[in-house]
Design a protein around this ligand. Structure first.
Ligand SMILES: NC(=O)c1ccc[n+]([C@@H]2O[C@H](COP(=O)([O-])OP(=O)(O)OC[C@H]3O[C@@H](n4cnc5c(N)ncnc54)[C@H](OP(=O)(O)O)[C@@H]3O)[C@@H](O)[C@H]2O)c1
Length: 290
Protein backbone atom coordinates (compact mmCIF):
# COMPACT_ATOMS: atom_id res chain seq x y z
CA UNK A 1 0.00 0.00 0.00
CA UNK A 2 1.20 3.49 -0.75
CA UNK A 3 1.46 5.10 2.71
CA UNK A 4 1.45 8.73 1.57
CA UNK A 5 -1.54 10.63 2.96
CA UNK A 6 -2.94 7.55 4.71
CA UNK A 7 -4.57 7.78 8.15
CA UNK A 8 -2.67 5.40 10.43
CA UNK A 9 -3.47 4.56 14.04
CA UNK A 10 -0.35 3.39 15.88
CA UNK A 11 -0.65 1.99 19.41
CA UNK A 12 2.46 1.90 21.61
CA UNK A 13 3.70 5.03 19.79
CA UNK A 14 5.53 6.22 22.92
CA UNK A 15 7.63 3.04 23.11
CA UNK A 16 10.88 2.05 21.43
CA UNK A 17 9.58 0.25 18.33
CA UNK A 18 6.51 2.52 18.10
CA UNK A 19 8.59 5.71 17.98
CA UNK A 20 10.82 4.30 15.26
CA UNK A 21 7.76 3.29 13.22
CA UNK A 22 6.18 6.75 13.75
CA UNK A 23 9.31 8.51 12.44
CA UNK A 24 9.28 6.42 9.27
CA UNK A 25 5.53 6.75 8.68
CA UNK A 26 5.88 10.52 9.06
CA UNK A 27 8.65 10.50 6.42
CA UNK A 28 6.20 8.71 4.12
CA UNK A 29 3.76 11.60 4.76
CA UNK A 30 1.15 9.58 6.61
CA UNK A 31 -1.39 11.19 8.97
CA UNK A 32 -0.80 9.60 12.35
CA UNK A 33 -2.88 8.92 15.43
CA UNK A 34 -0.28 8.26 18.13
CA UNK A 35 -1.58 6.25 21.07
CA UNK A 36 -0.04 5.46 24.47
CA UNK A 37 -0.57 6.14 28.17
CA UNK A 38 2.32 8.54 28.71
CA UNK A 39 1.28 11.95 27.36
CA UNK A 40 4.75 13.54 27.74
CA UNK A 41 6.41 10.76 25.75
CA UNK A 42 3.74 10.98 23.04
CA UNK A 43 4.20 14.75 22.87
CA UNK A 44 7.98 14.29 22.54
CA UNK A 45 7.47 11.86 19.63
CA UNK A 46 5.04 14.26 17.96
CA UNK A 47 7.45 17.19 18.37
CA UNK A 48 10.25 15.12 16.87
CA UNK A 49 8.19 14.50 13.73
CA UNK A 50 6.75 17.91 13.05
CA UNK A 51 3.99 18.27 15.65
CA UNK A 52 1.17 17.84 13.17
CA UNK A 53 -0.14 14.45 14.25
CA UNK A 54 -2.96 13.53 16.61
CA UNK A 55 -2.12 12.27 20.11
CA UNK A 56 -4.56 10.12 22.05
CA UNK A 57 -3.55 9.31 25.60
CA UNK A 58 -5.41 6.15 26.62
CA UNK A 59 -4.94 3.02 28.67
CA UNK A 60 -5.99 0.37 26.16
CA UNK A 61 -6.41 -2.27 28.85
CA UNK A 62 -9.41 -0.27 30.16
CA UNK A 63 -12.80 -0.09 28.45
CA UNK A 64 -12.85 3.70 29.03
CA UNK A 65 -9.46 4.09 27.36
CA UNK A 66 -10.49 2.07 24.30
CA UNK A 67 -13.84 3.91 24.10
CA UNK A 68 -12.04 7.27 24.14
CA UNK A 69 -9.88 6.18 21.22
CA UNK A 70 -12.77 4.64 19.27
CA UNK A 71 -14.90 7.80 19.76
CA UNK A 72 -12.12 9.89 18.28
CA UNK A 73 -11.78 7.49 15.32
CA UNK A 74 -15.55 7.58 14.71
CA UNK A 75 -15.22 11.32 14.11
CA UNK A 76 -12.89 10.62 11.16
CA UNK A 77 -14.01 9.65 7.67
CA UNK A 78 -12.03 6.40 7.83
CA UNK A 79 -8.85 4.64 8.98
CA UNK A 80 -6.46 3.16 6.42
CA UNK A 81 -4.07 1.30 8.72
CA UNK A 82 -4.32 0.07 12.30
CA UNK A 83 -1.01 -1.02 13.88
CA UNK A 84 -1.56 -2.96 17.11
CA UNK A 85 1.91 -2.48 18.58
CA UNK A 86 1.35 -1.70 22.31
CA UNK A 87 2.59 -4.47 24.54
CA UNK A 88 4.15 -5.45 27.84
CA UNK A 89 6.35 -8.34 28.90
CA UNK A 90 7.09 -10.19 32.08
CA UNK A 91 10.09 -12.44 32.76
CA UNK A 92 9.72 -14.78 35.72
CA UNK A 93 8.76 -18.34 36.50
CA UNK A 94 5.06 -18.90 35.85
CA UNK A 95 4.60 -20.04 39.43
CA UNK A 96 5.84 -16.73 40.80
CA UNK A 97 3.73 -14.56 38.45
CA UNK A 98 0.86 -12.91 40.29
CA UNK A 99 -2.72 -13.31 39.04
CA UNK A 100 -2.76 -9.56 38.39
CA UNK A 101 0.37 -9.77 36.23
CA UNK A 102 -1.14 -12.61 34.18
CA UNK A 103 -4.47 -10.79 33.75
CA UNK A 104 -2.81 -7.49 32.82
CA UNK A 105 -0.43 -9.02 30.33
CA UNK A 106 -3.11 -11.09 28.56
CA UNK A 107 -5.36 -8.03 28.54
CA UNK A 108 -2.84 -5.60 27.03
CA UNK A 109 -1.15 -7.99 24.59
CA UNK A 110 -4.16 -9.99 23.39
CA UNK A 111 -7.63 -8.89 24.51
CA UNK A 112 -7.10 -5.16 23.97
CA UNK A 113 -5.89 -5.45 20.35
CA UNK A 114 -8.77 -7.87 19.62
CA UNK A 115 -11.40 -5.54 21.12
CA UNK A 116 -9.88 -2.44 19.54
CA UNK A 117 -9.74 -4.14 16.14
CA UNK A 118 -13.38 -5.23 16.44
CA UNK A 119 -14.50 -1.70 17.31
CA UNK A 120 -12.52 -0.18 14.44
CA UNK A 121 -13.49 -2.68 11.71
CA UNK A 122 -16.33 -0.44 10.39
CA UNK A 123 -13.88 2.49 9.97
CA UNK A 124 -11.32 0.19 8.34
CA UNK A 125 -14.00 -1.04 5.91
CA UNK A 126 -14.65 2.47 4.53
CA UNK A 127 -11.55 2.96 2.32
CA UNK A 128 -11.02 0.80 -0.77
CA UNK A 129 -8.10 -0.97 0.91
CA UNK A 130 -7.05 -1.07 4.52
CA UNK A 131 -4.57 -2.93 6.68
CA UNK A 132 -4.45 -4.26 10.23
CA UNK A 133 -0.88 -5.01 11.31
CA UNK A 134 -0.41 -6.94 14.54
CA UNK A 135 3.00 -6.81 16.19
CA UNK A 136 3.65 -10.26 17.63
CA UNK A 137 6.95 -11.86 18.54
CA UNK A 138 9.17 -14.85 17.79
CA UNK A 139 7.77 -15.93 21.19
CA UNK A 140 4.40 -16.17 19.44
CA UNK A 141 5.66 -19.34 17.76
CA UNK A 142 8.23 -20.68 20.21
CA UNK A 143 7.19 -21.34 23.80
CA UNK A 144 10.06 -20.09 25.97
CA UNK A 145 10.53 -20.79 29.70
CA UNK A 146 9.84 -17.92 32.11
CA UNK A 147 8.02 -15.95 29.38
CA UNK A 148 5.03 -18.27 29.70
CA UNK A 149 2.28 -15.65 29.87
CA UNK A 150 3.98 -13.44 27.26
CA UNK A 151 4.26 -16.45 24.91
CA UNK A 152 0.61 -17.36 25.53
CA UNK A 153 -0.44 -13.80 24.66
CA UNK A 154 1.66 -13.67 21.48
CA UNK A 155 0.60 -17.19 20.37
CA UNK A 156 -2.96 -15.88 20.83
CA UNK A 157 -2.25 -12.75 18.80
CA UNK A 158 -0.79 -14.86 16.00
CA UNK A 159 -3.89 -17.11 16.02
CA UNK A 160 -6.16 -14.06 16.05
CA UNK A 161 -4.28 -12.53 13.11
CA UNK A 162 -4.39 -15.72 11.03
CA UNK A 163 -8.08 -16.42 11.71
CA UNK A 164 -9.16 -12.86 10.99
CA UNK A 165 -7.01 -12.70 7.85
CA UNK A 166 -8.83 -15.80 6.53
CA UNK A 167 -12.22 -14.51 7.68
CA UNK A 168 -11.71 -11.21 5.81
CA UNK A 169 -10.19 -12.74 2.67
CA UNK A 170 -13.01 -11.49 0.44
CA UNK A 171 -13.12 -8.05 2.09
CA UNK A 172 -11.01 -4.94 1.53
CA UNK A 173 -9.15 -5.21 4.87
CA UNK A 174 -5.92 -7.21 4.96
CA UNK A 175 -4.49 -8.60 8.20
CA UNK A 176 -0.70 -8.74 8.50
CA UNK A 177 1.45 -10.15 11.30
CA UNK A 178 5.07 -9.45 12.19
CA UNK A 179 7.26 -11.36 14.64
CA UNK A 180 10.30 -9.38 15.79
CA UNK A 181 12.99 -11.13 17.82
CA UNK A 182 14.71 -9.50 20.83
CA UNK A 183 14.91 -5.75 20.21
CA UNK A 184 16.66 -3.09 22.26
CA UNK A 185 13.80 -1.32 24.08
CA UNK A 186 12.59 -0.71 27.64
CA UNK A 187 10.25 -3.70 27.45
CA UNK A 188 13.24 -5.89 28.26
CA UNK A 189 14.42 -5.76 31.87
CA UNK A 190 18.10 -5.80 32.83
CA UNK A 191 17.79 -9.54 33.58
CA UNK A 192 16.41 -10.23 30.10
CA UNK A 193 19.25 -8.26 28.49
CA UNK A 194 21.77 -10.12 30.64
CA UNK A 195 20.22 -13.46 29.66
CA UNK A 196 20.34 -12.59 25.95
CA UNK A 197 23.97 -11.55 26.28
CA UNK A 198 24.88 -14.72 28.15
CA UNK A 199 23.16 -16.94 25.56
CA UNK A 200 24.59 -14.99 22.63
CA UNK A 201 21.08 -14.07 21.37
CA UNK A 202 21.16 -11.27 18.83
CA UNK A 203 19.28 -8.09 19.70
CA UNK A 204 17.99 -5.85 16.92
CA UNK A 205 17.81 -2.08 17.03
CA UNK A 206 14.39 -0.44 16.73
CA UNK A 207 15.49 0.94 13.35
CA UNK A 208 15.88 -2.57 11.95
CA UNK A 209 12.38 -3.53 13.11
CA UNK A 210 10.76 -0.30 11.92
CA UNK A 211 12.38 -0.59 8.47
CA UNK A 212 10.96 -4.10 8.13
CA UNK A 213 7.50 -2.87 9.25
CA UNK A 214 7.49 -0.16 6.57
CA UNK A 215 8.56 -2.65 3.89
CA UNK A 216 5.84 -5.04 5.06
CA UNK A 217 3.17 -2.33 4.80
CA UNK A 218 4.37 -1.20 1.37
CA UNK A 219 4.41 -4.78 0.04
CA UNK A 220 1.40 -5.94 2.10
CA UNK A 221 3.37 -9.03 3.16
CA UNK A 222 1.10 -11.20 5.30
CA UNK A 223 3.61 -12.85 7.62
CA UNK A 224 7.06 -11.60 8.51
CA UNK A 225 9.60 -12.94 11.00
CA UNK A 226 12.77 -11.03 11.75
CA UNK A 227 16.20 -12.56 12.26
CA UNK A 228 18.29 -15.57 11.49
CA UNK A 229 18.52 -18.24 13.00
CA UNK A 230 15.14 -17.37 14.64
CA UNK A 231 13.34 -17.93 11.30
CA UNK A 232 14.79 -21.44 11.07
CA UNK A 233 13.98 -22.09 14.74
CA UNK A 234 10.32 -21.12 14.15
CA UNK A 235 10.04 -23.60 11.27
CA UNK A 236 11.81 -26.40 13.15
CA UNK A 237 9.59 -25.80 16.21
CA UNK A 238 6.53 -26.30 13.99
CA UNK A 239 7.86 -29.47 12.35
CA UNK A 240 9.95 -31.22 15.03
CA UNK A 241 9.42 -29.43 18.36
CA UNK A 242 11.49 -32.02 20.24
CA UNK A 243 14.64 -30.55 18.64
CA UNK A 244 13.78 -27.13 20.07
CA UNK A 245 12.84 -28.75 23.44
CA UNK A 246 16.39 -30.07 23.59
CA UNK A 247 18.07 -26.82 22.55
CA UNK A 248 16.09 -24.81 25.11
CA UNK A 249 16.59 -27.57 27.68
CA UNK A 250 20.32 -26.89 27.42
CA UNK A 251 19.69 -23.25 28.40
CA UNK A 252 17.28 -23.87 31.28
CA UNK A 253 19.78 -23.36 34.14
CA UNK A 254 20.81 -19.97 32.81
CA UNK A 255 17.20 -18.95 32.09
CA UNK A 256 16.17 -19.87 35.66
CA UNK A 257 19.15 -18.02 37.11
CA UNK A 258 18.21 -14.74 35.41
CA UNK A 259 14.48 -15.25 36.04
CA UNK A 260 15.31 -15.55 39.74
CA UNK A 261 17.20 -12.24 39.57
CA UNK A 262 14.26 -10.70 37.73
CA UNK A 263 11.77 -11.86 40.40
CA UNK A 264 13.96 -10.45 43.12
CA UNK A 265 14.38 -7.19 41.19
CA UNK A 266 10.59 -6.72 41.13
CA UNK A 267 10.36 -7.25 44.89
CA UNK A 268 13.29 -4.90 45.54
CA UNK A 269 11.58 -2.15 43.51
CA UNK A 270 8.91 -2.01 46.20
CA UNK A 271 11.30 -1.16 49.04
CA UNK A 272 13.14 2.11 49.82
CA UNK A 273 16.43 3.03 48.09
CA UNK A 274 19.03 2.16 50.72
CA UNK A 275 17.28 -1.11 51.54
CA UNK A 276 17.11 -1.77 47.78
CA UNK A 277 20.87 -1.40 47.37
CA UNK A 278 21.72 -3.61 50.33
CA UNK A 279 19.15 -6.24 49.38
CA UNK A 280 20.16 -6.26 45.71
CA UNK A 281 23.87 -6.72 46.40
CA UNK A 282 23.13 -9.54 48.88
CA UNK A 283 20.78 -11.23 46.46
CA UNK A 284 23.06 -10.79 43.44
CA UNK A 285 25.96 -12.45 45.19
CA UNK A 286 23.80 -15.32 46.46
CA UNK A 287 22.11 -15.80 43.06
CA UNK A 288 25.45 -15.68 41.23
CA UNK A 289 26.65 -18.52 43.40
CA UNK A 290 23.50 -20.64 43.20
N1 LIG B 1 11.53 -5.27 22.32
C1 LIG B 1 11.48 -6.57 22.07
O1 LIG B 1 12.40 -7.34 22.43
C2 LIG B 1 10.30 -7.13 21.32
C3 LIG B 1 10.45 -8.36 20.67
C4 LIG B 1 9.36 -8.88 19.99
C5 LIG B 1 8.15 -8.21 19.98
N2 LIG B 1 8.03 -7.02 20.64
C6 LIG B 1 6.72 -6.34 20.64
O2 LIG B 1 6.85 -5.05 20.10
C7 LIG B 1 5.83 -4.21 20.62
C8 LIG B 1 6.40 -2.88 21.06
O3 LIG B 1 7.25 -3.11 22.18
P1 LIG B 1 8.56 -2.25 22.51
O4 LIG B 1 9.70 -3.18 22.47
O5 LIG B 1 8.60 -1.03 21.69
O6 LIG B 1 8.28 -1.94 24.05
P2 LIG B 1 8.21 -0.54 24.85
O7 LIG B 1 9.32 0.34 24.44
O8 LIG B 1 8.11 -0.92 26.27
O9 LIG B 1 6.84 0.09 24.35
C9 LIG B 1 5.60 -0.46 24.74
C10 LIG B 1 4.50 0.47 24.29
O10 LIG B 1 3.24 -0.10 24.64
C11 LIG B 1 2.45 0.91 25.28
N3 LIG B 1 1.54 0.34 26.27
C12 LIG B 1 1.82 -0.59 27.22
N4 LIG B 1 0.71 -0.82 27.96
C13 LIG B 1 -0.27 -0.03 27.48
C14 LIG B 1 -1.63 0.18 27.82
N5 LIG B 1 -2.20 -0.46 28.84
N6 LIG B 1 -2.34 1.07 27.09
C15 LIG B 1 -1.77 1.75 26.07
N7 LIG B 1 -0.50 1.59 25.70
C16 LIG B 1 0.25 0.71 26.39
C17 LIG B 1 3.48 1.82 25.99
O11 LIG B 1 2.87 3.08 26.18
P3 LIG B 1 3.15 4.00 27.50
O12 LIG B 1 4.59 3.85 27.84
O13 LIG B 1 2.81 5.38 27.03
O14 LIG B 1 2.26 3.48 28.53
C18 LIG B 1 4.58 1.85 24.94
O15 LIG B 1 4.29 2.83 23.99
C19 LIG B 1 5.16 -5.02 21.75
O16 LIG B 1 3.94 -5.57 21.29
C20 LIG B 1 6.16 -6.12 22.02
O17 LIG B 1 5.55 -7.28 22.54
C21 LIG B 1 9.09 -6.45 21.30
Amino acid sequence: MNIKGKTILLTGASGGIGQAIAIRLHKHQAKLILVGRNFKKLEAVNEMIGNNHQIICADLSQTDGRNKLVSYCESLTHIDILINNAGVSHFSTFESSSDDQINQLMNINLLSPMLLTKALLPMLARPQNSIILNVGSSFGTIGYPCFTTYCASKFGLKGFSESLKRELQNKSTKVLYIAPRATDTDINSTSVNQLNKKLGNATDTVSVVADVVIKQLLNETERVAIGWPEKLFLKVNGLIPSIVDKAIGNQIKQIMHFAKLSNIGSVVKLTNKSTQQKTMSRITSSATHS
